[in-house]
Write a protein that binds this ligand. Structure first.
Ligand code: SAH
Length: 230
């Protein structure tokens, strides 16, 4: 590709991103910092080349290895529920394409991300490094969280969880004058899940507030007991 055509491409992608931001606004996303991040992350780099022309449509797309990059609306919705502040420590379960992690980086968070699929993680880590997104990644079962870097201000699970894994609750930051850590997780079976936010409200085992939001459909969260291809 010549310089000129790549510059044109960048202009095209930028305009498409701006339209995507408007679409998300129209669909009810209000958090300006989230919208700004969507306007900044080059989503076309996170999808397979064959799907680049559709990278800024509000749809999920295949990323190979039987996995998908979430729909932009879903990413924006989950990120809004997380209430990310700059410098927050955020744990993501299900790195996938790396798009959600990049959005969190754009918002100034310190991002930790776990993926069970090793070849996918290797590819994604290389892409994130390449684009200058500094994300700490780990290959493993995210239902156990990542205790070494806990507590987290936010944990976002990007796969469908039949139930909320306990370790994720205990790795949320306790409130200390400010708001406690938030866990945003789609809870339910393969047919559909309810987006759920759990906020830590104290140090006790029952000090958690639970709120339920809209329904979504994610690929399943697979724990190590039914690991067939990790
Ligand atoms: N956040 C991703 C979307 C990921 S799709 C993005 O922005 O593109 C869900 C991902 O969760 C898949 O890559 C899948 O391999 C991974 N996954 C499923 N179960 C997991 C587990 N127990 N631990 C870590 N990753 C898991």
């Amino acid at each position: 590709m010549t310089n000129t055509s790549s510059q044109n491409d960048n202009g095209t992608y930028r305009r498409r991103r701006e339209r995507l931001v408007q679409t998300l606004r129209d669909r009810g996303i209000q958090d300006d910092r989230v919208l700004q991040a969507v306007g900044a992350v080059p989503r076309h780099k996170f999808v397979e080349p064959a799907f680049r022309s559709r990278a800024y449509a509000d749809e999920a797309l295949p990323i190979g290895m039987d996995q998908t990059i979430s729909q932009p609306f879903t990413v924006a919705y989950q990120t809004s529920l997380l209430k990310v502040q700059p410098q927050d420590r955020i744990l993501e379960v299900g790195t996938g394409s790396g798009y959600q992690a990049a959005i969190l980086c754009e918002m100034g968070a310190r991002v930790f991300s776990i993926e069970r699929h090793k070849p996918l993680l290797a590819r994604t880590k290389a892409l994130l490094d390449d684009l200058g997104y500094s994300v700490r990644t780990r290959h493993g079962d995210g239902t156990k969280g990542w205790p070494a870097f806990a507590p987290y201000d936010g944990i976002v699970v990007t796969a469908a969880a039949p139930k909320i894994p306990d370790p994720l609750l205990t790795q949320l930051r306790e409130p200390n004058g400010t708001r406690g850590g938030r866990l945003v997780i789609p809870v339910g079976g393969r047919g559909g899940q309810t987006m759920t936010r759990v906020t830590r409200s104290g140090s006790g085992p029952h000090d958690y507030d639970r709120e339920e939001y809209h329904n979504f459909r994610f690929v399943p969260l697979v724990d190590e007991n039914d690991d067939e291809d990790a």
